[in-house]
Design a binder for this molecule. Structure first.
Ligand code: DQA
Length: 152
């Protein structure tokens, strides 16, 4: 049932190269474009009492800046840090500051891929992680977020 009163604001952050979804390694990441994912999330949000905004960047500092805007403004954060998952202490440090639920999403199963993808700098900072379920992982994350922030 649609909830119209007082939606809680959730930000979805997509890291580098995810702007190429649909064209990028479709055997690994599928055919769905980032615009399709964001539009599905924005449609699903109100059904869960959530307002969804999204942000994609190929730049580590821009992602850090956006995470910093979450303080005091967001109820929850969903993030696919893409390759920065495996390298970025800066993004990890930005996430640690937040006191809201954080869900880390990966389209592919990073644990079935090259060894350098097995470690996530975000995993122990996130509330939870969804990996390997394709783009459905984003929609599952939003449903889980509704439970975490108490709108469903
Ligand atoms: C990814 C997995 C990362 O290892 C990779 O660098 C990405 C996408 C995923 O969603 O499966 O860019 O985060």
């Amino acid at each position: 049932m649609a909830k119209t009163s007082d939606p809680k604001h959730i930000m979805v952050i997509h890291g580098p190269n995810l702007n190429l979804l649909g064209r990028r390694e479709p055997d690994t990441y599928g055919q769905t474009t980032l615009a399709d994912i964001d539009s599905q999330l924005k449609k699903l949000g109100p059904q869960l009492g959530l307002e969804v905004s999204s942000f994609q960047s190929n730049h580590e500092g821009a992602i850090v800046d956006t995470i910093q805007t979450a303080v005091g403004n967001l109820a929850g954060l969903i993030i696919n840090p893409a390759a920065y998952t495996h390298t970025s202490i800066a993004i990890r440090d930005a996430l640690i500051v937040l006191t809201i639920p954080i869900i880390e999403v990966h389209i592919s199963n990073i644990h079935r891929r090259e060894p350098f993808r097995h470690h996530s700098y975000m995993a122990d900072v996130a509330t939870g992680q969804i990996v390997g379920l394709g783009v459905n992982g984003y929609y599952l994350a939003l449903r889980a977020m509704a439970g975490l922030v108490g709108t469903s």
